[in-house]
Design a protein around this ligand. Structure first.
Ligand code: NAP
Length: 282
């Protein structure tokens, strides 16, 4: 099986192109690969719905640029596909091996034990379909990294939303009927480096452990020292446009890099955000 980059362990500097570089995973990858020769392209630098700009072909592309508005994709499935499928084809056209970040939302969520790489995708949402078709558009020389519930110290994510709501309210309603493995972007970035030593193909790379969004929210408030109660509600009560899998825990049946537990990721993320604040007692 072909290994794609000449020096995956970083004994020398590899040339790395990061798309979507201002997104939460893009920023974590920039930190992780800071000692390599990194070209970081934001949305403004390259809208991936357009063909690639003139670029030197890098050793590897870390392709994080994506339409990530799950509910918005229901109203504009073509827009989501243009970025997640068409954009990925454009990235593959560069001719470099690439890491394509995919999602637990490619699965329908009917299983009650972890999804492994050989399980058949059956996306239920426009976003999930666009990510599944994007996997195919990444081509043969690609690592397809399926992960779940990404959070980090920047960007739009569940942890940052809960920190904001937890400071404003004394109670927040959170879905307790979707189980997944929320994954800290810095852990995924570190695992990406390890993955470059593995063969191309599909890899499930998500945090150890699992929880519902409500359980995750309770842990966020507890570890951040915020006095906010979680009211456990159903996905139906939330009334979001896109269906979400009820169960989308990902595990690897291969030798994928193992990630720390989601609670450890949460604590590391909160530390980066200076939580708990002084005077609170988590
Ligand atoms: N977030 C999750 O829970 C999750 C879970 C599993 C997998 N993933 C996958 O992981 C990857 C990274 O996600 P993330 O959470 O880091 O997302 P993110 O924070 O939303 O970042 C995505 C980045 O893509 C950029 N982008 C959007 N449209 C673009 C276009 N047409 N051309 C170029 N750039 C464009 C965005 O720029 P602007 O903001 O400036 O538009 C943003 O910087 C994505 O492939 C996502 O599908 C995410």
């Amino acid at each position: 099986m072909e290994h794609a980059i000449a020096d995956p362990l970083g004994q020398g500097r590899s040339s790395i192109l990061i798309t979507g570089a201002s997104g939460q995973l893009g920023r974590a990858l920039l930190e992780e690969f800071s000692s390599d020769d990194v070209t970081a392209l934001t949305h403004a630098d390259w809208d991936v719905t357009r063909p690639p700009p003139p670029l030197e072909v890098p050793d590897v592309v870390l392709h994080t640029a994506a339409w990530t508005d799950v509910d918005g994709a229901e109203g504009d499935p073509q827009g989501a596909a243009a970025v997640n499928v068409g954009g990925t084809s454009h990235v593959a056209e560069l001719g470099a091996p690439l890491v394509y970040y995919s999602s637990d939302y490619v699965f329908d969520g009917r299983k009650r034990e972890p999804y492994v790489e050989s399980d058949a995708p059956n996306p239920q949402s426009a976003y999930g379909r666009s990510k599944a078709h994007g996997e195919a558009a990444a081509g043969e020389r690609a690592w397809i990294v399926r992960s779940s519930g990404l959070f980090g110290p920047t960007g739009v994510n569940f942890v940052r939303t809960m920190l904001r709501l937890g400071a404003e309210r004394d109670q927040v309603g959170v879905a307790d009927d979707q189980r997944m493995s929320p994954t800290y972007v810095a852990h995924l970035a570190r695992a990406t480096r390890e993955l470059l030593e593995r063969p191309f193909g599909i890899w499930h790379v998500a945090a150890d452990g699992d929880c519902t969004w409500a359980e995750f929210a309770e842990s966020i408030f507890e570890d951040a020292g915020l006095d906010c109660r979680v009211r456990r509600i159903t996905t139906r009560e939330l009334g979001r446009p896109a269906p979400r899998p009820a169960y989308s825990v990902l595990r690897s049946e291969k030798d994928a890099p193992r990630l720390p537990h989601w609670r450890q990721g949460l604590r590391e993320c909160l530390r980066r955000l200076d939580y708990p604040k002084e005077g609170t007692d988590p």
